[in-house]
Each structure stands twice: as structure tokens, then as C-alpha cells.
Design a protein around this ligand. Structure first.
Ligand SMILES: [Ca+2]
Ligand SMILES: [Ca+2]
Length: 242
């Protein structure tokens, strides 16, 4: 078949479905867009107390971190784990409010990030903390972040905020981990950073509904299996008897 004939045949045979398709195309695209939006988490950053957390399910004040050189590699408080392979440093002005103690800060800085998760793998919908850094400056100190869910990164970005600002992250689809760092001109992890945080609060995402397979049935399945076996035996008995 010549190419022109093939083209015409295709055009003719598809003329009716194509016209129908044009009418339903917006609906299909709309449905696909809806699915894509639903499947992809969307983490946004916010500024101010209550901007991401309306009900604090878990909090960490770090008030027990009053001594320098305390390991905060895997610090836990209030059902939250805050990790950074560092030792604390205290008594300096991390938040632009004068010298302070009792906050989370990996003294000396590093090229990594601070990781925030829940101790029991519950997913996070909203998170806020008082932001600070160890650079004694605000200008050009970017806060760089990533959110992770079930092994995949679901959000990332960076922004500039003044020390002493409450910063927040919100994602209605929930996330497992926030990674955060703050450093001069930082736009991605890997550069030198020294973020400080205090008054961390977290709003949990809705707990996943239990799997139907995991629903206790009080032995109903075993009973059903037993009755099925009995019925099979009885049927075989009838077959042999006939
Ligand atoms: Ca504190
Ligand atoms: Ca998860």
C-alpha cells in the first residue's frame, strides 16, 4: 500500500473516533491531570507560626541541649528524630535574639544537612521551627531543603529567611523526612552549611487506613475454609454413591 493510501485509510477509518475523541479529550486530559496531581506530593514552604501547623501533634524544644560538644547524631525528643553527624555548640546568637542555649545546632557546620523524621515512621503533613544559623548574618544565607516520602524525593527548594523567623513546610499528601541546611548562597546540598533550629513542631498526616487483608476477621476465614472442605468431601461422597 502506498503511503498516501495508508494515510487516507488511516484518516478515513479514524475520522469518526477522532471527532468523538476531540469531544472527550478535555475530559480525559482533565482526569489524567487529576491523577497526576493526586499521585504527586506537593510540598510548600511557609513563613510564620501556624502557617503550616494548625495542631502540633509532636514538639521538640531541645531545652536539654545546654552543653557544648553533646552528640546530636541521632537526637530524639517528643516522638521526633533530628539527625546530623555533629556535636552541639551553645551560648551564641543563632536566632538574632541574643546568646541562647537549648536549641539544635551542629557546631562547626558541615557539608550535609539536618534530617527530621518521626520515631515511628508516621508521615508528616506540617512542620515548623524557629530558624537560625551559625553565620551571624542573614543576607545571602539560603535555607535549602528536600522532602522525602517512601524513598523518593517529593519536594525541594531554597529560600532566604532572617534568623528568628518561624519557617514551615506543608504537604497534604504527607512526607517521611525533611532535610534542611542553611549556608551562604546555598541552592543545593553539598555546600558548607550551619543551620540552627528550635521549637520544632509537627502535625502528622492522617494515618493510612488498614489494609483489608490485615483486618482481623475473628477466625471467619478459617471457618469458611473448613465449611468449604466439608462441602467438597460431601460432594465427592455423593459422586461415589451415584
Ligand atoms: Ca529551646
Ligand atoms: Ca512513608
Amino acid at each position: 500500500m502506498k503511503e498516501s493510501e495508508q494515510s487516507m485509510k488511516t484518516s478515513q477509518s479514524e475520522s469518526r473516533p477522532c471527532g468523538y475523541g476531540l469531544r472527550v479529550l478535555p475530559l480525559i486530559l482533565g482526569a489524567l491531570a487529576g491523577l497526576a496531581f493526586e499521585g504527586k506530593a506537593l510540598t510548600v514552604t511557609t513563613i510564620g507560626t501556624g502557617s503550616s501547623v494548625t495542631t502540633a501533634d509532636r514538639t521538640a524544644t531541645f531545652d536539654c541541649l545546654t552543653k557544648a560538644f553533646t552528640c546530636v547524631d541521632c537526637y530524639t525528643e517528643g516522638g521526633l528524630t533530628i539527625s546530623e553527624p555533629e556535636l552541639t555548640f551553645v551560648g551564641f546568637d543563632a536566632f538574632g535574639r541574643g546568646p541562647a542555649t537549648g536549641f539544635y545546632y551542629g557546631g562547626g557546620g558541615n557539608r550535609g544537612f539536618v534530617s527530621i523524621t518521626t520515631t515511628d515512621s508516621r508521615e508528616i503533613q506540617g512542620l515548623e521551627f524557629l530558624y537560625g544559623n551559625g553565620f551571624f548574618a542573614d543576607q545571602f544565607i539560603n535555607t535549602c531543603w528536600e522532602t522525602w516520602k517512601d524513598g523518593s524525593m517529593v519536594g525541594s527548594g531554597y529560600f532566604e529567611a532572617c534568623r528568628g523567623t518561624v519557617v514551615g513546610w506543608n504537604d497534604p499528601a504527607g512526607f517521611d523526612e525533611l532535610r534542611v541546611a542553611a549556608g551562604p548562597y546555598l541552592t543545593r546540598f553539598g555546600g558548607f552549611q550551619a543551620v540552627a533550629l528550635d521549637n520544632l513542631c509537627v502535625q502528622l498526616a492522617a494515618a493510612p487506613s488498614p489494609s483489608p487483608h490485615a483486618t482481623p476477621d475473628g477466625g471467619a476465614s478459617v471457618l469458611l475454609l473448613g465449611l468449604s472442605c466439608l462441602a467438597l468431601v460431601a460432594a465427592r461422597g455423593r459422586l461415589r454413591a451415584s
